[in-house]
Design a protein around this ligand. Structure first.
Ligand SMILES: Cc1cc2nc3c(=O)[nH]c(=O)nc-3n(C[C@H](O)[C@H](O)[C@H](O)COP(=O)(O)O)c2cc1C
Length: 232
């Protein structure tokens, strides 16, 4: 007998239509890029829109639903200036190494773009420092970082959907202690990065160039390719 309080999955007609506009959702997922050069530094960003995006982001999954993410939204000009200084200091080694060994055209493009962000970070209207309300060690790192990154990515997608851009960055973490002192972040809280947020100059970003999924996916046994018919 079926209880009236249980979901009656068997009598719900099966829809052949996907529940979302998949083309539009896929466009959002594939064109949310690391925006550095096209951040509009002259357009203010209301705190409300950042909070709206964070409110969406906190629906992400987390280990045991602990929701240990914390978000520090930095708008104060003096604090942004100091964070940008720490970011620049932290990025120096990476940028110097890249200047000495420029690599292929694609790596050079990323390097030039990263350098640009270093140069303008203090002018970006909002800097978000995502944190974990826990100390991270080798044992718990996968669960803790893995509990924040889905929400962080959701935040970046929600921003993009509203005409804003962002980049997940880690340069300033080399100076995380100084950043903690600057922002009154107490002991026991782990910073996981710094996300500059601004409106973008235009919204016509192209899809990210990636190796196709078929090249990095196996079926049943490691190394066995997925047959072409299944790859769309
Ligand atoms: C773990 C991680 C650390 C990153 N750190 C930085 C950083 O410190 N500075 C920066 O400009 N970009 C940083 N990025 C952004 C990557 O450079 C970027 O995602 C990559 O080049 C691909 O470009 P796309 O996101 O536009 O597709 C980081 C990305 C990840 C996932």
């Amino acid at each position: 007998m079926t209880s009236t309080t249980e979901p009656q999955e068997d009598i719900v007609p099966r829809s052949t239509e996907p529940p979302f506009d998949t083309a539009e959702i896929d466009r959002l997922l594939t064109t949310t890029r690391s925006v550095r050069r096209r951040l509009d530094l002259s357009r203010p960003v209301a705190l409300d829109v950042v909070m709206e995006c964070l409110q969406t982001a906190v629906h992400a999954p987390s280990a045991s639903n602990t929701q240990l993410w914390r978000w520090l939204v930095v708008t104060d000009e003096g604090l942004r200036h100091e964070l940008a200084r720490l970011y620049r200091a932290g990025g120096q080694d990476y940028l110097r190494a890249n200047a000495e060994n420029p690599g292929d055209e694609s790596s050079q493009r990323v390097y030039r773009s990263a350098q640009h962000l270093v140069d303008v970070l203090d002018q970006v209207p909002v800097l978000v420092v995502p944190c974990i309300a826990a100390e991270v060690d080798q044992r718990n790192a996968p669960a803790l970082y893995g509990s924040v990154f889905p929400a962080l990515w959701s935040f970046m997608l929600a921003l993009r959907a509203r005409g804003l851009g962002s980049t997940y960055t880690t340069f300033h973490l080399a100076h995380a202690k100084e950043a903690a002192a600057l922002l009154d972040i107490p002991p026991g809280i782990t910073q996981v990065g710094l996300v500059p947020v601004a409106y973008t100059v235009g919204t016509d970003f192209g899809p990210a160039r990636r190796r196709p999924a078929t090249e990095v996916t196996y079926l049943d046994r490691w190394g066995a390719p997925v047959p072409p018919a299944a790859t769309g």
